[in-house]
Design a protein around this ligand. Structure first.
Ligand code: FAD
Length: 222
């Protein structure tokens, strides 16, 4: 199968870096085709602007979604954006590997979505949610937190993690048609021993072995 891993951590020696490298090595050894977007190494510019495009629809007023629809029709995305879009279109499974920052994805990853998930190309009227353009694809969030698991329960200090991840699961993945797999969460790696973290990496390998047998979870509307 074709797998895209989008990785957003500034330090290769981090636990996120280890999860990322483990996934690449294990999925390739299992015979899958893997492409990556290592956003910090790429120095991906997360600022969405007219730089997303090689074409201009309206030079007088910049309305991003109109420019996106026009660029979709005429092949007018900037090369760097088009390359990322082609990776998403190519994959059967997309994995995002990132640390939870401010109850969210790191800004570099949010900016990647802002620029790459373009109207016309990735979603359009009549092609949202169940009729989304990516209905044959799956998506999986693999993330680390600073806080322990009990902080991420419904009655915990921070509230439930499901609610925190909902804007991505529902607003990005299901919106464009992806089926959502259960997120893979490593709580507080900085509090764990090297032995515990080795076991965490083994568990990740084990999950990836059977990833295409997993049933998606449904986020849905409230
Ligand atoms: C801007 C910002 C906002 C934040 N917001 C939140 C928030 O909202 N909620 C929250 O809970 N947390 C938050 N945090 C904390 C953050 O989520 C955690 O620091 C992060 O998830 C930890 O992951 P890491 O990869 O950076 O871990 P690291 O600290 O890099 O790694 C932890 C340990 O793993 C070890 N390790 C690395 N590779 C291996 C390996 N191969 N084998 C064994 N051990 C290894 C490292 O040596 C280290 O000891 C925030 C942090 C920042 C900077």
């Amino acid at each position: 199968m074709n797998i895209l891993i989008v990785y957003a951590h500034p330090e290769p020696q981090s636990m996120n870096g280890a999860m990322y490298q483990t996934a690449i090595a294990h999925l390739e050894a299992a015979g899958h085709h893997v492409k990556t977007s290592d956003l910090y190494s790429m120095q991906f510019d997360p600022v969405s602007s007219r730089n997303n495009f090689s074409t201009v629809y309206d030079p007088a007023f910049f309305k991003p979604q109109l420019e996106e629809m026009h660029a979709t029709e005429v092949g007018g995305f900037a090369d760097k954006i088009n390359m990322e879009q082609e990776k998403v279109e190519w994959c059967d499974l997309m994995i995002w590997q990132f640390p939870l920052w401010w109850f969210s994805i790191p800004a570099i990853l949010k900016g990647w979505v802002d620029r790459v998930f373009a109207m016309g190309r990735f979603y359009k009227n009549g092609h949202l949610y169940e009729t989304g353009l990516f209905g044959s694809k799956k998506a999986l969030l693999s993330l680390t937190t600073g806080g322990p698991p009990e902080n991420y329960l419904r009655d915990g200090l921070n509230g439930d993690l499901e609610g925190i991840l909902r804007p991505v699961h529902r607003g990005i993945f299901e919106f464009t048609g992806f089926s959502v797999l259960q997120p893979h969460v490593i709580y507080g790696p900085a509090r764990q021993s090297p032995q515990e973290l080795s076991a965490v990496l083994k568990n990740w390998e084990h999950r990836l072995e059977h990833i295409f047998e997993e049933q998606p979870i449904t986020i849905g509307a409230y």
